[in-house]
Ligand binder design. Sequence first.
Ligand SMILES: Nc1ncnc2c1ncn2[C@@H]1O[C@H](COP(=O)(O)OP(=O)(O)O)[C@@H](O)[C@H]1O
Ligand SMILES: O=C(O)c1ccc[n+]([C@@H]2O[C@H](COP(=O)([O-])O)[C@@H](O)[C@H]2O)c1
Length: 199
Amino acid sequence: MKYIIGIGGMTNGGKTTLTNKLVNAFPGCCVVHQDDFFKPQDQIPVGEDGFKQWDVMTSLDMEAMVNTVKAWLENPVKFARSHGIQVSPELEEPDSEEQTHILIVEGFLLYNYRPLIELFSHCYYIVVPYEECKRRRSTRKYTVPDPPGLFDGHVWPMYLKYRREMESSPVEVEYLDGLKTREQLFNQVYEAIRNMLNS
Ligand SMILES: Nc1ncnc2c1ncn2[C@@H]1O[C@H](COP(=O)(O)OP(=O)(O)O)[C@@H](O)[C@H]1O
Ligand SMILES: O=C(O)c1ccc[n+]([C@@H]2O[C@H](COP(=O)([O-])O)[C@@H](O)[C@H]2O)c1
């Protein structure tokens, strides 16, 4: 069986932190990070809000991202090997279709792109309050540093827009409280995935 788990939610909610812990906990588990699919800076236009539009869907090459997830679905063992992930001998067996394979897909805009949504076995969405999100973001170093005013002028309004859009669509997400400790979040999701694999 193949399981694709989405770890979505707002910027600085703790997606990457949780994802890294889960990847370490499930041997052979693969991961796709949405941040790897940002288009080059010169392809990101400036919007009416006066900022480069990094937080909109078109800033990401979603077709390439979906193709990457489909490459994992096609052959999880080959995908793992080509990404330097150690594969246990049982997973290499010819009948490995009967084995359990897990892919974690992590990102801030996972649930607004239909071709990706339909691939998920389960969708998580981490949230923290505005103040905490802004505080964490202010200490974060991105490849392209945030210009002054970006959070309130672009990041937060786009977060609200896409969250509203997601919530009025048929996608079913399970919310996670990003104010819980790293350990609490890990334990919660780890146990839920274990239960899913055993059901
Ligand atoms: N559960 C948590 N409690 C407190 N701080 C956290 C927690 N998870 C992550 N962080 C911190 O918040 C910041 C953003 O975390 P990160 O996992 O990179 O978020 P995201 O991938 O959602 O943008 C980092 O400084 C990280 O150490
Ligand atoms: O990673 C990059 O190249 C990059 C370049 C410009 C901006 N970002 C920011 O990355 C944010 C999403 O990533 P994250 O990890 O905070 O969820 C999003 O809010 C963007 O504003 C990221």
